[in-house]
Write a protein that binds this ligand. Structure first.
Ligand code: AMP
Length: 417
């Protein structure tokens, strides 16, 4: 067969096409998640897919920088595709200084990462997320976690688990162990704790110069615990941190209950810009994180020069859809109008117009198919009603309607439609 070779018929590596049933599943997710964000007073934003490379690279960390789709435009500008929405939002707020604080914004849009594609890991994917900018209180932390929890429930992941940690706690622990100089390699090792066996995690640390006994100690000290125990645990590391978490636990208990939350000191997250609370969300049996987020109190200052506390989360939409088994949403056609010849065409479009203005979807036969062929076609695409306007019907001012769901047929005067 001629035409394009197979690999060119498929989208570029790590990307996908969204045909109507998949697109409507995505759209359903968008509607459900947007409703949650809107209900908390968050307002939607969109930013360019293309961003200044310098803005993207500012606080991403080398691992993320390596994943940026980088290019020069025809004028030689260094540009890149956004790898998340937090960075463009922070840039937009750096000149939108008159937007009253706290700012509550959300997005549902595409981001890009030049990563090695595998199950649940794409190069182009959708993120839904919120940013709460201008507050450093434990109530702000609780609100973002509340929106995250409600988003996961609304999407059908009622058995979610959000694992919470705080980078300040990890830093305090490293300080106490005299290991602050090894922060980067220890973060990298902890980030792998949910994916790799103990030996390998310890090996990441020792290969970075951390003494073996201390690497093992860190591994054991960063275990998971109920969120209720976090405040006491953190108070031992730092008084004010403990007090912050005592409040956070109280607020979360009042808003969502604590059932879906755990404290886990191995959660550190990959991006360099986090400064405080960090968390990752899991849904049921699905192995990969469906969402993550945290506090990034220094990021906005890098762009605007003004110190501005902020936090947010992002949900990986494809992963969440996979986790809750939402793949296809069929959208049947409401009416298909069949006519035998051009004589009935004015009548057909008049009927179609009437039905469309009443909110129905209507397609008119293009004039190539027999009634039998048209019937087979509309069964395949999914159709509720077939309207037939023949010579006899035309003369009598009626249409024949076949209800394909109830398998009934009846006539109706055109002016009663
Ligand atoms: P991150 O801020 O990198 O943790 O991203 C937030 C969420 O986006 C993650 O929890 C994932 O659900 C999702 N995500 C991240 N990277 C990818 C990817 N390459 N493909 C699909 N989803 C991703």
């Amino acid at each position: 067969m001629s035409g394009l070779p197979d690999h060119l018929r498929r989208p570029p590596r790590g990307m996908r096409d969204w045909l109507p049933p998949q697109f409507y599943a995505l759209k359903h997710m968008e509607d459900v998640l947007s409703r949650v964000a809107e209900s908390f007073g968050y307002r939607r934003v969109e930013m360019p897919v293309v961003e200044h490379f310098e803005v993207l690279a500012k606080k991403a960390g080398q691992e993320v920088i390596n994943e940026i789709y980088y290019f020069k435009d025809k004028a030689g500008r260094d540009l890149g595709l956004r790898f998340d929405m937090t960075v463009p939002v922070a840039r937009a707020l750096s000149y939108s200084l008159d937007v009253p604080r706290p700012v509550r914004w959300y997005y549902f849009t595409k981001v890009f990462r030049y990563d090695e594609p595998q199950h649940g890991r794409y190069r182009e994917f959708y993120q839904f997320g919120i940013e709460l900018v201008g507050s450093s209180t434990p109530r702000a932390d609780a609100e973002v976690l509340h929106v995250l929890a409600d988003s996961l429930s609304a999407a059908g992941a009622v058995d979610y688990v959000v694992k919470i940690n705080d980078r300040r706690a990890v830093d305090k622990m490293l300080e106490a162990l005299g290991l602050s100089a090894y922060r980067d390699v220890i973060y990298r090792a902890l980030d792998k704790k949910l994916k790799l066996p103990r030996e390998e995690v310890v090996a990441v640390m020792t290969s970075g110069g951390v003494p073996r006994d201390k690497a093992e100690k860190i591994y054991d000290m960063t275990s998971e615990m109920p969120l209720q125990e976090a405040a006491d645990h953190l108070t031992r590391l730092d008084q004010s941190l403990g007090a912050h978490y005592a409040k956070l636990v109280k607020y979360l208990d009042a808003s969502t209950g604590l059932g879906g939350f755990r404290f886990d000191m191995s959660i550190v997250r990959g991006l360099d810009y986090y400064t405080g609370i960090v968390f990752e969300a899991f849904a049921g049996e699905y192995k990969l994180a469906v969402g993550g987020g945290g506090r990034y109190d220094d990021l906005l200052e890098l762009y605007s020069g003004i110190k501005t506390p902020a936090l947010g989360f992002a949900i990986g939409v494809e992963r969440l859809m996979e986790a809750v088994g939402l793949h296809n949403v069929e959208k049947p056609l409401d009416y298909y109008i069949y006519i035998f010849d051009d004589e009935a065409y004015p009548q057909a479009v008049a009927v179609a117009k009437k039905l469309r203005s009443a909110g129905f979807s209507v397609a008119v036969e293009l004039g190539e198919k027999s009634l039998k062929e048209a019937f087979e076609y509309i069964l395949k695409i999914g159709t509720r009603y077939l309207i037939i306007i023949g010579k006899k019907e035309l003369e009598r001012g009626v249409v024949k309607i076949r209800d394909l769901q109830k398998r009934e047929e009846y006539e109706k005067p055109i002016n009663e439609l």
